[in-house]
Design a protein around this ligand. Structure first.
Ligand SMILES: Cc1ncc(COP(=O)(O)O)c(C=O)c1O
Length: 430
């Protein structure tokens, strides 16, 4: 075991031993965490408004999840597909009790990207078609299939090609960026993009799936206009295309409902879930209806660790806690409060060009001189961190601050974090 060390020494060891591929949002070296607090090796106590990128929705080390994990570790850790085990079935039952009613069968994996891979294979297998439509600004992971859908930063793809053939990108209804229509007018951007794609590039009867984030995450915390998801559902139904909702980041209470699609009344054909499902234990899922899922025959898809009993026990505890404690409703209430406060900052901080969000999935987009204010966002994040608040950026240009505190955060801590953020914004944007 390496000797205890200060933060700088750990970072030096990291540089020697760990692949440089990892992008780190901060230089914190964290040794423990609880609730909304990160504790570093050099004694700092930092408020966490990033949740390990939307994962610890119940806060770090939520007691119900800790207890479930401890109990399971003492009983059974692993079987893979050598046997059945009750925890996998319990996790699936818990999941389908909260997903839209038509989604009733589950394939468990370890990561969001693997859930996306599974969904791509299932969509092709079930429709017998090859083409897949995804969105500019979308993030779906970095394995080859998922990366072929991901289009939020060219750096993720540079030098990695050729990627999977048969993937087409159209623009997301990111009206703040792409549209000039008045905000109360219906946006036709995506209908036009699809019509053009179908007419020029790939006919609708060649398309297996449209893969969409119901709220775009990494691409800038973009909340689409309300008619968007119903319009996609209609077009998919018209042409026999499967609608795949990537709720890896927007799921599990984050948007003020259990899932972002619950705001739209649209039932996707396949849902991909990960991140907050295990509140930090690695577990993810692809959920579909029987009819679609039955396209996979025995042995055609699989995983060694997916559905691991300990991760499944965590997932059951997460879903039970979220339901019992009305966590999505709490996210909705706190989110409205954060949005109201952030919108008030706009009156005297012109660089804060857009405040948008659903529940506690909130994006603050900064512009200066008509251009994305990427450096300003870096300065604000650095300033906030110096005063004890970790916030993460996102967006195609990195000019959006995303606010994703734990959904369980005490209101006083939420306010304390917002005080730090407001001071940082005022100081840096002045
Ligand atoms: C919407 C979305 N889909 C998929 C993924 C990939 O998940 P993972 O990093 O667990 O592979 C992410 C990760 O940030 C995501 O935000």
């Amino acid at each position: 075991m390496l000797a205890a060390a200060d933060a700088a020494t750990w970072r030096e060891r990291d540089a020697e031993l760990i692949s440089p591929a990892y992008h780190r949002y901060s230089d914190l070296v964290v040794e423990s965490a609880e609730g909304a607090h990160l504790h570093t090796v050099d004694g700092r106590d930092v408020l966490d408004f990033g949740c390990g990128i939307g994962v610890t929705n119940l806060g770090h080390r939520h007691p119900a999840v800790v207890a479930a994990v401890h109990a399971q570790v003492d009983r059974l850790w692993h079987t893979s597909v050598t046997a059945f085990h009750p925890q996998m079935i319990e996790a699936a039952a818990a999941l389908v009790s909260v997903t839209p009613p038509s989604l009733d069968q589950v394939f468990l994996t370890n990561s969001g990207a693997e859930a996306i891979e599974g969904a791509m294979k299932l969509a092709r297998r079930s429709t017998g078609r090859s083409e897949i439509i995804a969105f500019v600004g979308g993030f779906h992971g970095r394995t080859y299939g998922a990366l072929s859908l991901t289009a939020s930063k060219a750096a993720y793809r540079r030098g990695m090609g050729p990627l999977l053939p048969g993937v087409h990108h159209i623009r997301y209804p990111y009206c703040f960026r792409y549209c000039s229509h008045p905000s109360d007018e219906v946006c036709h951007l995506v209908e036009q993009e699809l019509a053009l794609l179908f007419a020029t590039t790939t006919a609708p009867d060649t398309v297996a799936a449209i893969v969409v984030e119901p709220v775009q995450g990494e691409g800038g915390y973009v909340v689409p206009p309300a008619p968007f998801m119903p319009m996609l559902r209609r077009i998919c139904d018209e042409h026999g295309i499967l609608l795949v909702a990537d709720e890896v980041q927007s799921g599990f209470g984050r948007t003020g409902k259990m899932f972002a699609v619950d705001h739209t009344l649209v039932e996707p054909d396949i849902m991909c879930l990960a991140k907050a499902l295990g509140n930090g234990m690695p577990i993810a899922a692809m959920v579909a209806g029987h009819r679609v899922m039955s396209a996979f025959h025995e042995g055609e898809h699989g995983t060694t660790y997916g559905g691991n009993p300990v991760a499944c026990a965590a997932a059951v505890a997460v879903i039970e806690t979220m339901t019992r404690d009305h966590i999505p409703e709490r996210a909705d209430r706190l989110g409205r409060r954060v949005m109201e406060r952030a919108r008030a900052w706009q009156t005297d901080v012109p660089a804060l060009a857009d405040v948008r969000g659903l529940g506690l999935m909130i994006g603050l987009e900064f512009m200066q001189g008509g251009a994305p204010a990427t450096r300003l966002v870096d300065r604000i994040s650095t300033n906030a961190l110096a005063h004890g608040l970790l916030v993460l950026s996102c967006g195609i240009d990195g000019n959006v601050i995303r606010l994703i505190p734990p959904l369980t955060i005490p209101e006083a801590e939420l306010d304390a974090g917002l005080d730090i953020l407001e001071a940082a914004i005022r100081e840096e944007a002045a």
